[in-house]
Design a binder for this molecule. Structure first.
Ligand SMILES: [Zn+2]
Length: 58
């Protein structure tokens, strides 16, 4: 199965900052502004806490 969009733009649920995150992170991804958790690793695709705004091509 293809993975055409390895990066996601996620909106922070706490401060509405949009941040690019890797779709399969190895560690928890935090908001660069307020430090809220945006994505947690699952071994595959990240579990997002923030809203997925759009995806980015590689
Ligand atoms: Zn934030």
């Amino acid at each position: 199965m293809r993975e055409p969009s390895p990066f996601w733009v996620v909106k922070c649920p706490d401060c509405s900052t949009e941040q690019t995150v890797f779709s399969r992170p190895a560690t928890v991804v935090n908001c660069g502004v307020c430090g809220a958790t945006l994505a947690t690793p699952t071994g595959g695709r990240a579990k997002l806490r923030g809203e997925l705004v759009r995806t980015l091509a590689a």
